[in-house]
Design a protein around this ligand. Sequence first.
Ligand code: FAD
Length: 444
Amino acid sequence: MTLSRRKFLMGTGAGILAAPGIAGLVAGKDGVETESIREDSLWTSEVPSIPPQPRFEGEREVDLAIVGGGYTGLSCAYYAKLLRPDWSVIVLESHEIGSGASSRNSGAVYARHVGIDDPDMPKRGLNRLRNFIESQEIDCDFSPASTLTLLKTERAAADARSTLAPGAKWISPEELRDSAGTNYYAGAIDEPDYFKIQPAKLVAGHARAALQVGAELFEHSPVLNIKSGKPALLSTPQGKVRAKNVCVATNAYTPRLGLLEYKMYPLHQYSFATRKLTNDEIRGLGLDRWDLRFEPRMLPVTFSLTPSGHFFVRLVLGYASHNSGEWHDIEGAQRLAKQIFEQRYPRIADIGLVHGWHGVTGHTTLMKSIAGPVCDGNIHVSVAYNGLGIMPSHNFGYLTACRITGQADQDLEFLTGVSGQLPMPGDFYRSLMLQPFMKFMTPV
Ligand SMILES: Cc1cc2nc3c(=O)[nH]c(=O)nc-3n(C[C@H](O)[C@H](O)[C@H](O)COP(=O)(O)OP(=O)(O)OC[C@H]3O[C@@H](n4cnc5c(N)ncnc54)[C@H](O)[C@@H]3O)c2cc1C
């Protein structure tokens, strides 16, 4: 049985929008963005590039084709080859391996899958990631991170203080002023159990591990179309792949591939960092005591000191029409980052912000990832980590590999596919809703 994109959408509850003609109107300008330029992030500028991989050309039959070469796709490739060394496993990446969110994030690792209430499954996921980093000897600065949740209003501070979790500690505004270099907040919680990593080093380690076990990686090989069936047929500009199994690991970019466009949407983020600070500056500016600092707002803001001595802010910009993975108003993003610094860390704003980089995260209305089989059962997705995806992407990459190869695991029950997801309206109404909402919720 074959399953077209239209039937796939119907299966996901968006069938009415996928009727001929209407889909075009609702989705507007779509199609995989193959020409977009991805500038270095601060992280990628600090480490050697992942060795270039070939373009995919010609025709192939494979056991497993993975679309997308970030943490999810590379983790799936690595574990699938470990579980089935006899299988042919290829990863098709539209740009450079690791050039999506996996090398652009804030590097905060926590034992949590957004949308999953089970307390133990994320702990197993974190252990898996830790074991992978250790066994592959990936030097990605993985270490415990001292972490603050910063509270702006007296009310939020009082609430948080009265419900402290075990191991958490209240930090007064005076202590923040003296030891954290900011007098903007009504208090903070010192959170236990966070870790930090250098994202670009981690994704390079994933690529090396996948290559070592015999997976083949292809760059500048965007998958333009997936035709379901057994085998499924994947088209790239210069080739065709017949795949017994497919893993779609394209996270925020997925709707542009014509999949899940009524179930998830990309949100744009921008990070802006200082030049490398000296140890004296770090101490003098109050940046030495906590590595990660979160403002838990509707549009969250993260601050962090990198292992190499840059202090950065990450902020949420919003939604760009047509599910685009590109953001054009970079000057506006830089202005916003500067205003945020002027309010919270005026002395650092004076030092100047020199590195800026953009990234996209995949989101769903109910803040629940989408992972599991779709279509005929041989096409699997693992996307939409709702902003906290470093550990979940590795973990779901592993679980997807188990599911595809038939390996048992107690956590396979969490791969529920698209069930339990609320459909999104089409692009026109989505833009109408999300763009003013983002402006209204701005963190300055
Ligand atoms: C600014 C920012 C800060 C973040 N901070 C944190 C944090 O502190 N902690 C945390 O846990 N998470 C964080 N995240 C989220 C985390 O980075 C992601 O959830 C995670 O990297 C997702 O990995 P992935 O492999 O699924 O997606 P990606 O790394 O985005 O990989 C998807 C890949 O698919 C490729 N692709 C897309 N379409 C196609 C196609 N048609 N054909 C072939 N290839 C295609 C893309 O080029 C891309 O390389 C952050 C994300 C951003 C952007």
